[in-house]
Design a protein around this ligand. Structure first.
Ligand SMILES: *[C@@H]1O[C@H](CO)[C@@H](O)[C@H](O)[C@H]1NC(C)=O
Ligand SMILES: *[C@@H]1O[C@H](CO)[C@@H](O)[C@H](O)[C@H]1NC(C)=O
Length: 414
């Protein structure tokens, strides 16, 4: 008689134990927080004034993410007490304030902290103190106006620092001095106007620097002097009127260089001479009126050259001499009327040549283009003249009238 009851009871007790042990594995208390694999997700918490409390746990969680439809005004002191988390994601949740010691309980485990797309105007000096394992810190897309050097004083392991899309007008000289393991620094889309060599003087491990979309008119010669591991440098979208001749003479490891969208009218002859490893160079959208034969001569590893949207009418013979590895050449939206075959003749690796948006004169000087129809990529290059072929594709016009003209035009290979 008693037996069935007992077995029911046992079943219920067992089920409750199982349920509570599953729950017990998750350190979250808030009903909208839950654990999945080794992560804690807190989504749709609505408007909350501070981070909800968590239960003490010895589990090291991979990720704690607070997101979804959540507006969190303050990350309070001791917000993550009792937790061990490697990655903390607090992006796009309207945070306006972070208190001292907000993250200090995560000092033993935290490797990545995302605070991007919030409404931070400032933060306490000691906000990241003690985060000795932090490798990645994302502060992009906030409203920060002043960089406080003390933020970065105690982050010896930091490798990636994202400060783009804030409102910095300058950066105090020694701000990054303690970040000797920093490999990537993003400062895009701020309002920086001048730079001092002291900004980067200790960043000897830096490989990637985003410096684009600021307001630099001049970047002094010695700015990148100590960055002898630099591989990627983004300087596009500034107001550079000239390049200092020695700007890149200490960065021979550069592989990618973007200088598009500036106000360059010319470039000193030897500017790129030390960049033997350069693979990608963009000078897109400047005010360049000539290409000098000395500019690219030493770029023996260059694979992509983008000179689009400048003001050249012609490109002199020999301008691309030395570019033996060239694969992609972009010459769009110039004022080019013709292009000398000799410029691209000895480029065995050339796979893509784009010429669209030029007022091309489709006469026998351009007849060679037909022989390269397979590498003419992107939008179609059209003839602007003579009137009889205006608007037709440059690879399609009738070249029969050019037959047997000079061999240097390449027609003989047809
Ligand atoms: C977000 O949460 C607020 C309440 O905190 C609610 O009024 C709003 O409708 C929610 N928005 C969405 C898209 O769910
Ligand atoms: C984290 O902070 C505690 C308390 O201040 C300290 O004892 C511990 O050594 C710190 N851990 C690391 C890795 O710095």
């Amino acid at each position: 008689m008693v037996r069935p009851h007992l077995s029911w009871l046992v079943t219920i007790v067992v089920m409750m134990t199982v349920v509570s042990s599953i729950r017990g594995e998750c350190a979250s208390v808030h009903p909208n927080c839950g654990c999945r694999s080794n992560n804690i997700y807190c989504h749709d918490l609505g408007d909350i004034s501070q981070v909800p409390t968590f239960k003490h746990s010895n589990t090291v969680y991979g990720l704690l993410e607070i997101g979804g439809n959540t507006t969190l005004s303050t990350v309070q002191t001791g917000a993550f007490k009792g937790l061990k988390v490697k990655e903390l994601s607090l992006s796009s949740i309207g945070i306006t304030a972070i208190q001292s010691g907000a993250f200090s309980d995560l000092n033993d485990t935290l490797e990545s902290l995302s605070l991007n797309s919030n409404k931070l105007e400032t933060m306490p000096e000691d906000v990241f103190d003690g985060l000795s394992k932090l490798k990645k810190l994302i502060l992009a897309k906030n409203k920060l106006e002043i960089v406080i050097p003390a933020w970065f004083n105690q982050l010896p392991a930091l490798e990636h620092l994202f400060l783009s899309w804030n409102q910095f007008e300058t950066i105090p000289d020694k701000t990054f001095n303690k970040l000797q393991n920093l490999r990537r620094l993003e400062l895009s889309s701020n309002q920086l106007k001048t730079v001092s060599a002291a900004w980067f003087s200790q960043l000897t491990a830096l490989e990637t620097l985003y410096f684009d979309n600021n307001e630099f008119e001049l970047i002094p010669d010695d700015t990148f002097k100590t960055l002898n591991q630099l591989v990627n440098l983004y300087l596009h979208g500034n107001k550079l009127k000239k390049l200092s001749k020695a700007l890149f003479s200490h960065t021979p490891t550069l592989q990618v260089l973007h200088i598009g969208g500036n106000h360059l009218r010319t470039i000193p002859d030897d500017t790129f001479n030390d960049l033997h490893q350069l693979n990608y160079l963009s000078l897109y959208y400047n005010f360049l009126t000539t290409v000098k034969t000395a500019w690219f001569r030493q770029l023996t590893n260059l694979e992509t050259l983008d000179l689009s949207l400048n003001r050249f009418e012609t490109i002199p013979e020999g301008a691309f001499e030395g570019l033996n590895k060239l694969k992609t050449l972009r010459l769009n939206h110039y004022r080019l009327k013709t292009l000398n075959y000799a410029l691209v003749q000895d480029k065995p690796h050339l796979k893509s040549l784009t010429l669209y948006g030029n007022p091309l004169e489709c006469d026998c000087r351009l007849a060679w283009v037909r022989t390269m129809a397979d590498i003419l990529t992107g939008f179609t290059a059209l003839c602007a003249s003579p009137p009889s072929v205006k608007g037709t594709a440059v690879v399609a016009y009738d070249i029969s009238t050019c037959a047997a003209t000079t061999t240097e035009t390449g027609i003989s290979s047809l």
